[in-house]
Design a protein around this ligand. Structure first.
Ligand code: ZN
Length: 549
């Protein structure tokens, strides 16, 4: 009798385990191995726990599994990890007035008119994505430009880089801002344009998103990310409400993307007193704190050692004194958080490197301190990044988008160690790639293409911009998978399809290891799998899930 029961139980266990095994066959599998070399495989066996049991090699007998999916030779890679994105903003922007790609002020005004007509109940009209650099006269928009279209309802429209906004008179009235209102330190106000720290004067008057708004924005963001094959994200500047929305989604089983969360500096220690463990089957973890050392280059908020070439009166915005940044970093480090600091200008990068060197002397080496963007580094400071084991969290598409603007702002001589992926790797620093979405589209393929070519989607400039900084395909893919996982202390779970890691992978419409640069730019995701489950499938003959930039 006893033996009989054991037998029945054993059979039940075996059949229930195999019932959920999934075998992916006939794939053109590609990933980078732990040594950074390209590794090929033909499929994978996924266990009932959603993790990789093993990779399949050409010619070997197929293991048994209850579900078999034949990929018919399609290309399969690990899911992409975007080391630096703004999750709720991605969803919010997708649901707001979209001004990405406007070619003139009048096009902005037309889109504003249309959106207001389509959303008569929106008390405030919020939008983002304009970039005056794409307009014929390159003039920043003003309050009067918006008043001409929308005199009554408050309108707040963010610049594409998030470092400036333009408000109409109704919004300024609601915010209590008058022509006499002084700009705060680290900010500027001009004709309704609010730069860096001045943005808060307007933003604090905007009615806060409700929990229901945040839930919708998070769901929308996840849809967009899966459509681009992004299965993991370093969620930057995460506010308390955003974190709570992620927790609600986790509780409801609606977290489809894995988020490594970096709390907004203003919420330091409020969101969680210490890093959390991984939650919801490794879909969510509070890992670090995000600080800002300066602003962005487009709005001349990046903090430079020498004055701007096209505006000699300014060196940009230093957001914290050395002592202040050190104290903030010390507090975060003492609580066990990883630190990720935004630094664009060469002065900001030097300040952050010095801060991390000081932390190293106090807390020991290799706590994986991150510099976000690390865009313009003084060549003299570059070797210090490797010595301090810093992770350079960089966005290849910023290089192609910024190139001409950057040359104008600071001149070529100061750009010799700018967007310097290859030089960064050569110092021994670790590289993690992302997009800074929604500043750029979260689509990883333009990033891969830019990383290996230093050319934009139109092939400009011929031969690539500062071409010594081009990466190999393997280095670029590594930074977008294993490197980005490492940057979030997640390399033991994601970033590759090695046995024991989550079966997070994508099916692509082409072999990206053999694609030309233009082909790489046009790569589309056909399916996105997370934890061994197919969560997103491209609709037949549909256009890209979200417009690129
Ligand atoms: Zn960012």
């Amino acid at each position: 009798m006893k033996t009989g029961i054991t037998l029945v139980l054993a059979t039940a266990l075996v059949s229930s385990a195999s019932a959920a095994d999934t075998l992916i066959t006939n794939a053109n599998g590609i990933q980078v191995d732990a040594n950074g070399a390209l590794q090929h495989f033909t499929g994978l066996l996924v266990g009932d726990d959603g993790k990789v049991v093993r990779l399949l090699r050409a010619g070997e007998p197929l293991p048994k599994a209850s579900v078999t999916v034949d990929e018919h030779g399609r290309t399969l890679t690990p899911g992409f990890i975007d080391a630096h994105g703004h999750v709720i903003e991605l969803g919010a922007h997708a649901l707001q007035l979209d001004l990405v790609g406007t070619r003139s002020l009048s096009e902005l005004q037309q889109r504003l008119r249309d959106y207001a007509a389509a959303n008569p109940d929106s008390k405030w009209i919020l939008g983002a994505g304009w970039n005056q650099e794409l307009w014929p006269d390159k003039r920043f928009p003003t309050a009067a430009d918006l008043d001409a279209v929308m005199p009554d309802r408050p309108v707040v429209l963010g610049r594409v880089d998030g470092h400036a906004l333009v408000a109409n008179s109704a919004a300024m009235r609601a915010a209590g801002v008058t022509p006499q209102t002084p700009a705060p330190a680290g900010g500027e106000i001009e004709n309704g344009l609010f730069v860096d720290n001045a943005k808060e004067l307007i933003n604090r008057a905007v009615p806060a998103a409700t929990d229901a708004d945040l839930d919708r924005q998070l769901a929308k963001a996840q849809d967009i990310l899966l459509g681009f094959g992004v299965t993991g994200v370093g969620s930057m500047s995460t506010a308390l409400g955003d974190w709570n929305a992620m927790r609600r989604a986790g509780e409801a089983g609606k977290l489809n993307v894995r988020f490594m969360v970096y709390a907004d500096e203003l919420n330091l220690l409020k969101v969680a007193p210490h890093p959390t463990p991984w939650l919801y089957d490794d879909r969510l973890r509070m890992v670090g704190i995000k600080f800002y050392a300066d602003g962005a280059l487009g709005s001349r908020g990046a903090w430079m050692k020498q004055p701007y070439s096209d505006q000699p009166g300014t060196t940009g915005n230093q957001l914290h004194s050395n002592a202040e940044l050190r104290a903030m970093a010390d507090t975060a480090a003492a609580a066990g958080f990883q630190i990720a600091t935004h630094a664009i200008g060469d002065a900001a990068n030097a300040q952050v490197i010095s801060t991390y060197e000081w932390l190293d002397s106090k807390y020991g080496l290799n706590r994986r301190w991150r510099i976000e963007h690390a865009q313009i580094v003084d060549c003299a400071d570059l070797p210090r990044t490797g010595r301090a084991h810093i992770i350079a969290s960089m966005q290849p598409t910023h290089q192609t988008s910024d190139r001409l603007m950057a040359e104008k702002r600071v001149g070529l001589d100061r750009l010799r160690c700018a967007y310097a992926w290859k030089s960064m790797l050569d110092t021994g620093a670790k590289l993690a790639f992302g997009t800074d979405f929604p500043v750029e589209s979260p689509n990883p393929f333009p990033g891969l293409a830019a990383a290996v070519s230093r050319q934009d989607i139109n092939g400009q400039p011929p031969g690539g911009w500062l071409p010594n900084e081009r990466l190999t395909f393997e280095q670029a893919l590594h930074a977008y998978t294993r490197g980005a996982a490492y940057a979030g202390f997640a390399e033991d779970r994601i970033g590759s399809l090695d046995p024991g890691k989550w079966a997070d992978f994508v099916i692509l419409d082409r072999d990206i290891s053999k694609a030309t640069v233009p082909e790489l730019y046009r790569t589309q995701v056909l399916e996105t799998w997370v934890g061994g489950k197919r969560l997103w499938t491209r609709a037949p003959s549909s256009s890209p899930p979200e417009r690129g930039r």
